[in-house]
Design a protein around this ligand. Structure first.
Ligand SMILES: NC(=O)c1ccc[n+]([C@@H]2O[C@H](COP(=O)([O-])OP(=O)(O)OC[C@H]3O[C@@H](n4cnc5c(N)ncnc54)[C@H](OP(=O)(O)O)[C@@H]3O)[C@@H](O)[C@H]2O)c1
Length: 437
């Protein structure tokens, strides 16, 4: 049997500790399937004294992961620290510069510096694997990078943040407010103490930016993503969506359009009878539409120590199976030099159906005025529902819920702002895009 593959694990938190435990527990079967053993020779974390429930005897400890990348007796650096900059980035750069393969679960790092890191890996004939960076344990990177080679991908979308999906699911099933569900997610350890990054959609945006590059062969462009989180989704929206046959999910969507590539993360209404609408709780789902294969949907655990470590281990095993010195798979599916510049489509030209919820003063002529504004903007309605007066201040009000046929974002915004200037709208109108698989 060939010599063991020596790996160094930087970061021994939720994912790192799971990875070390799993590799120790499955040493024999890994050696059989990879044709060589996988040996953890070095580790690095901040606190050497922390009990992590893993056996680190015989393993060299480094206080500094960059030192480990530069000087550890390792052929692979497994980066499980996190963060776009700092120790994670420096360790990865040092490993690639030294000729050490890299496996990482770090979406923030890849979203910011993925192209430069891919180029650095290619230059040295190294592998840069990052399956766990998108949708945790779901093998979406491998599918896009390898299995779908030759396909032209037209759209990728998915539920890629377990915290948001947990909150939206609880809001619907238990009738609780956004704030209560967020507190529950924090109590259960799904959401961070500062959950902004999850609920405002940034985490999904990082994952989407990576998938976009793989899907369309373009450079990663995380700053060009249209972003809207879930914090303004109310019980009223959830109930109205259900009444109309939809559920609300935070989706990341990337698609090719005539005007360029559209990347957007926002609350989305999906038809109730679709598979993606049934994906509940912390589970993730990623859909890929391509011309040869057709539609592919992958559903599974998007986070958690073991699920994420499973994806990291798959990446390490790929390196163990590869022939030394020969890089077989380009990190972003094609050589970094051949990635095209990112061309952003204007969000205002996004076409689709829309859900619009308005609270209006209850007086004669309002419905006719709304209909006129919709017609002025060439918007046709699939349905309109009116709820009887439901309070909302001094004057009685009504809630109007409309679902449009396909139209543009610009038309909807123009129609809604015209209605606001007409003076019969109370509060802030709610507009949610509809995505039809
Ligand atoms: N958790 C998940 O479900 C999940 C899912 C998908 C992807 N990921 C990604 O996986 C990566 C790790 O996530 P995690 O949840 O395992 O994080 P975590 O539990 O916070 O663990 C981070 C680890 O990094 C170590 N660390 C932090 N700064 C360091 C430094 N300057 N030098 C050395 N070690 C340092 C910490 O050391 P101490 O333990 O000593 O403090 C800790 O062991 C992140 O990129 C994350 O986005 C996580």
């Amino acid at each position: 049997m060939a010599e063991a593959l020596k790996i160094g694990v930087a970061g021994l938190g939720t994912v790192g500790a799971s990875l070390v435990r799993i590799i120790h527990e499955r040493q024999e079967s890994l050696a059989v399937s990879c044709g060589r053993a996988i040996e953890i020779t070095a580790v690095s974390a901040r606190n050497r004294d922390k009990d992590r429930g893993i056996d680190l005897s015989g393993v060299t400890w480094f206080d500094d992961p960059v030192d480990m990348a530069k000087n550890g007796e390792i052929e692979v650096l497994v980066e499980l620290i996190g963060g776009a900059d700092g120790a994670a980035r420096e360790a990865v750069e040092a490993a690639l510069a030294r000729g050490v393969h890299v496996v990482t679960a770090n979406k923030a790092l890849l979203a910011e510096s993925g192209v430069a890191l891919a180029a650095a890996a290619e230059e040295k004939g190294l592998l840069l694997n990052f399956e766990a960076a998108v949708a945790g344990g779901i093998p979406v990177i491998k599918a896009m990078r390898e299995s779908l080679t030759g396909n032209t991908i037209s759209r990728v979308y998915g539920i890629m943040n377990g915290t948001c999906n947990y909150i939206l699911t609880r809001m619907e099933k238990e009738g609780l407010s956004f704030e209560d569900c967020l507190k529950e997610a924090q109590r259960l350890g799904y959401a961070e103490a500062d959950p902004t990054f999850d609920i405002e959609g940034n985490d999904t945006a990082h994952k989407l930016a990576i998938m976009t590059a793989l899907a369309f062969g373009c450079e990663i462009s995380c700053d060009d993503i249209y972003l809207e989180g879930i914090s303004n989704i109310s019980q009223e929206d959830i109930r109205a969506a259900a009444e109309l046959g939809y559920r609300i999910k935070l989706l990341g969507v990337a698609q090719r359009t005539e005007g360029g590539i559209e990347q957007r993360v926002h609350p989305t209404m999906v038809p109730h009878d679709t598979v993606i609408a049934q994906v509940d709780g912390v589970t993730n789902a990623v859909a890929i539409e391509s011309d040869i294969l057709g539609d592919l949907l992958m559903v599974g655990p998007g986070a958690g120590g073991d699920a994420t470590a499973s994806a990291v281990l798959g990446d390490v095993a790929d390196i163990a199976k590869s022939r030394p010195g020969i890089q077989t798979v380009a990190a972003l599916g094609r050589p970094a030099k051949s990635l095209t510049p990112y061309k952003k489509a204007r969000m205002r030209s996004h076409e689709g159906g829309y859900f619009i919820r308005l609270r209006v003063v209850d007086r004669i002529g309002v419905i006719a005025a709304i209909a006129r504004r919709m017609a002025d903007n060439q918007i046709s309605l699939e349905s309109i529902v009116q709820h009887s007066a439901n309070g909302g201040g001094e004057a009685p009000t009504k809630t109007i819920i409309m679902v449009t046929h396909a139209t543009t974002e610009l038309s909807v915004r123009n129609a809604v702002s015209a209605m606001e200037s007409d003076g019969y709208i109370v509060g802030k109108p709610q507009v949610i895009r509809i995505e039809k698989p």
